[in-house]
Design a protein around this ligand. Structure first.
Ligand code: CDT
Length: 309
């Protein structure tokens, strides 16, 4: 029997000139609050340490290397690691990783209550585009600044359960969830930065975007019988709005905690990980019911091929 109090630490907008130290102080304030509430595991968003810079274009991408971390942990985040160790709290957060080989990834890590990095995940599904597109009102240049992740979706045992990660756009792809589900995942943490502005469709307002976010996380959790924490960096960043809507979802696909505002905010839920067993042993007993002989296209074909007329 594993029960645990889990939390999502939503972070309000981070402006361009905010320092890592200032952001880490905000993260620690939420961690202090979480500790008072008995939280054992806390999830922070995608790219927690900096503004969501892929909205800006630079010709020479090296000019943006200052948004990246060349080691983890480093001096800026050390106080967060120390506070978590003091509290015996596990955590996860996202940051931009620049490897010694000069590769750029959108990364997140799971850290044990002892402060050890147990798992590193590099974002697989990079939305947006690689070049400046003048017809867009807002640029989304993740494909310019990051390589597609090379880790795949892995899990780790920590704090008595099986944990895994996705990052932002990954939550919309059932394939991400299923690969984690096939490893018995019981808690998926997903950080996100989702711009509210729409570039190419006037019909798609914030309500629809929010619905698609919740739909994706609830479906992923239900169909793999896992808890999920989906946590935003949101609000206004340098004049650009990103929606909030951080949620914790149970293995039945129900939202059990939800952020009310668009600033720094803690959402907390009691998780009983035994509840993962029901779905995993009945309707989503993969071993009993999956038919992999019919799923080949999923792993062999990227785009749609329609039949000939
Ligand atoms: N950060 C991130 O992946 N955001 C995307 C925005 C998609 S619209 C270009 C998301 O899926 O939320």
């Amino acid at each position: 029997m594993t029960k645990m109090t889990i939390a999502g630490a939503q972070i309000g907008g981070i402006q361009k000139d905010e320092t890592r130290e200032e952001v880490v102080a905000r993260m620690i304030a939420l961690m202090d609050d979480a500790h008072e509430k008995g939280v054992a595991f806390i999830a922070y968003p995608e790219m927690t340490l900096t503004t969501f810079f892929p909205r800006f274009y630079v010709e020479d991408r090296a000019d943006f290397d200052h948004w990246f971390e060349t080691e983890m942990p480093n001096a800026s985040v050390q106080p967060l690691f120390e506070r978590a160790r003091e509290y015996g709290m596990g955590f996860t957060f996202g940051y931009c990783e620049l490897t010694p080989e000069g590769e750029h990834f959108n990364t997140s890590i799971i850290v044990s209550p002892k402060g050890e990095i147990l798992l590193s995940y590099r974002k697989t599904h990079l939305p947006g585009h690689a070049e400046f597109e003048p017809e867009r009102t807002h640029q989304h240049l993740e494909k310019r600044y990051f390589l597609p992740g090379d880790t795949g979706f892995n899990v780790v045992r920590s704090q008595g359960i099986i944990m895994g990660m996705s990052i932002c756009n990954d939550r919309r792809w059932p394939e991400s969830w299923r690969v984690l589900g096939l490893q018995g995942v019981q808690l998926v943490s997903i950080g996100y930065n989702t711009p509210s502005q729409n570039n190419l469709s006037k019909d798609e307002g914030i309500e629809r975007r929010m619905y698609h976010h919740e739909l994706s996380v609830c479906a992923g959790a239900y169909q793999n019988s896992t808890y999920a924490i989906a946590v935003a960096k949101c609000g206004m960043e340098d004049g650009n709005h990103m929606f909030a809507g951080s949620i914790i979802v149970d293995p039945d696909g129900f939202v059990i905690a939800k952020a009310q505002g668009e600033g720094d905010e803690l959402i907390v839920a009691e998780a009983d990980f035994d509840k993962c067993t029901f779905g995993k042993s009945t309707v989503f007993n993969f071993d009993a019911h999956r038919r992999i002989e019919h799923y080949g296209l999923i792993a062999s074909q990227t785009g749609v091929k329609e039949p000939s007329e």
